[in-house]
Each structure stands twice: as C-alpha cells, then as structure tokens.
Design a protein around this ligand. Sequence first.
Ligand SMILES: Cc1cc2nc3c(=O)[nH]c(=O)nc-3n(C[C@H](O)[C@H](O)[C@H](O)COP(=O)(O)OP(=O)(O)OC[C@H]3O[C@@H](n4cnc5c(N)ncnc54)[C@H](O)[C@@H]3O)c2cc1C
Length: 327
Amino acid sequence: MSGVLAITEQRAGEWSRMSLETVAAAQQLARDLGTNVSAAVVGGAEVEKLAADLASKKLERVWTVRHDLLADYTADAFTAAVEQLIRKTSPDYVLFPHTYQVRDFAPKVATRFNQVLISDCVGIRVDGGAPVFVRQLFQGKLNADVRAEGNTPHFASVQAGAFRAEQAEAGAAQTEAFAPQIDASAIRVKPDKPFREAARAVDLTAADIIVSVGRGIREKDNIAIVEKLAEALGAELAASRPICDNGWLPMERQVGSSGQTVSPKAYVAVGISGAIQHLVGMKGAKTIVAINKDPDAPIFEVADYGIVGDLFEVVPALTEAVKKIRG
Ligand SMILES: Cc1cc2nc3c(=O)[nH]c(=O)nc-3n(C[C@H](O)[C@H](O)[C@H](O)COP(=O)(O)OP(=O)(O)OC[C@H]3O[C@@H](n4cnc5c(N)ncnc54)[C@H](O)[C@@H]3O)c2cc1C
C-alpha cells in the first residue's frame, strides 16, 4: 500500500476525541508527501458502526480490525492485531493519537519493526521529501525536529489538540475488513472493568466565565485571592494540573488534556505558564486574559489581553476594580 495509516481509538463504540485529529494529521502528511492515506478502527463488533463514520472522510480505505479478543483493550492483543495489519498493508508512516492506551502498546508495535515511536508530536512538516516530526522538550521550552528517514514504516503519535478534528477532509472511503489472528493464550493480562471517575459536581463546560489558577499561586492558602476575583466576576474557579495534583483544588476543576475542555466567553489564566496540555483545554475560549510575571510565558501567545505583573498585586487590584464596576 505504502502511504500513511492512521490508527484510531475508540472504547465500547465511543470515539476518542483524538481519533479525528489523528485522521486530520495523517491526511495532512499524505497531502504533503503526495501519497495516499487510510485509517483503521480496532476493536470488537462495534468497529463496523464506527467505520461507517470514517467512510465519509477522504481516505483511500477504512480498515475494520475486528476480533472478539479486541473488544476489551489489552496491549498483547492490540499489538498483535496492529502489527498484522501493518505487515499486510505496508504503510510508510503509521500515526496514532497520543493517548494513554497508545503509550501502552504503540512502542511495542514499533519495536516489532525495529523502529521507535516518535511520540507526542505537536506538528509534522515535510522537508526535502521526508517528514519532520516536531516534539516538545523541557516542558515546551524547546521544539525538537525529528526526521523520519531510512527503513519504513515510521511510527509517530500526535498530541491532543495539535491537529484539529474539523480539518479532517470529507470524502468517500471504501471499507475493508481485516481479521487478525490472535491467540488467546498469548494475552498475558486479564482486562478488568474500566475505571470510572466519580460523577462531576462541577460542569466547567457550561461556565460563561472561568478564572483559572496555576502554580504561580505558590501555596494552597493563596488560592483565596483568585477565588475572590472569580466571585466578583461571577465566574467558576478552575486550575492547571499541578494545583489539582497537589490536592489544592479537586480534580474536576482541572482544565487541559487530562482535565476538562472548556470554551467560555472569557478565561482568565492567573499564574499559568501555558503548557500545551493546558492550552488544548482552553484555547477555544472567546476571550483569554493572562496574568503572568514572565513576559515570555507561552500563555501570552494565545491571550487576547495580557497583564505582565505579580499576581499578588494584580489580582486584588482587579478584584476591587470589578467590584466597583459591578456595584
Ligand atoms: C500527559 C500529561 C498531561 C497533562 N495534562 C495537563 C492538564 O490537563 N492540564 C494542565 O494544566 N497541565 C497538564 N499537564 C502538565 C503541563 O505540562 C504543565 O506542567 C502544567 O500545565 C503547568 O502548570 P502551571 O502553568 O500552573 O505551572 P508552571 O508551568 O510552573 O507555571 C507557573 C507560571 O506562573 C508564573 N508565576 C510565578 N509566580 C508568579 C507571580 N507571582 N505572578 C504572576 N505569575 C507568576 C510563572 O511565570 C509561570 O509562567 C500535563 C502533562 C502531561 C505530561
């Protein structure tokens, strides 16, 4: 086949939101290389229905990789199935969404071909006829270009939000079934019921205004300063991941790739640097205001209004000003 193959992700018939982003990334790479692109849906009986969704995209083929032993995820079964599909179709490039599941099995697939997984890519471009995969290093302070040359296939995963699902081009694709051979005795783990988080008490996705606090706040007790601004604005309080990891605010208030995705009318980021994992959760906000003492903080790249200053001075002053205006 050659070309590009996108391996999508689903669970119990529900798409991972990153599947279409991966299809968009694969289409872009194929377009830039002047080659073809296909996609695969891996799982149990539910793959048929999901493949029909993908058949409306501009793809050469949609592969349904179906087996009863793929109905519940295990690294051994998924590795075997995806390896067999790749051996049959011989793509030059295989793209995955950078999910927890992919982190678990895709490196194993790559090593079966004596390759590595170029993981968590934020961009892909073609330079001199070969793809260059862009990965972030040192918490996003540096971008590294990784060239994929030599033996194929090459394997890469794309970061949440790096490509836009709505950019996946529409078209018509043929669907073809692929039945992998999976030996039950080769599956070394027994899948348990998927972990379910407790129901969320706070629905940040419905908030019009969100004030979000980051590590710049230094300690838990200081969060009250930001809470007062949220109160004055009639906003929901949210946070970056370190704040929730520290237990300073509940997990349900975390915004980002492993938290909630929000699109309020206004998002005020206080002491948040703007790591990509945070940005993907909030860059859809209509207006973004950032308060940060570092003028080079990446949050200012997405902000509509930026205040460079010490939050311990800026936030109380802003709270007073809002109170005055709102009476
Ligand atoms: C797999 C994975 C998933 C992740 N998921 C998420 C996620 O869902 N959400 C998320 O947020 N992160 C997530 N992260 C973490 C992410 O990479 C960043 O580490 C995190 O977003 C940083 O949080 P922060 O901006 O609050 O802290 P920092 O990066 O430490 O930034 C603190 C900022 O505060 C500023 N500051 C310090 N003092 C002051 C002051 N007095 N006044 C004003 N500004 C000040 C600093 O200049 C700095 O920019 C994830 C990471 C990984 C690897």
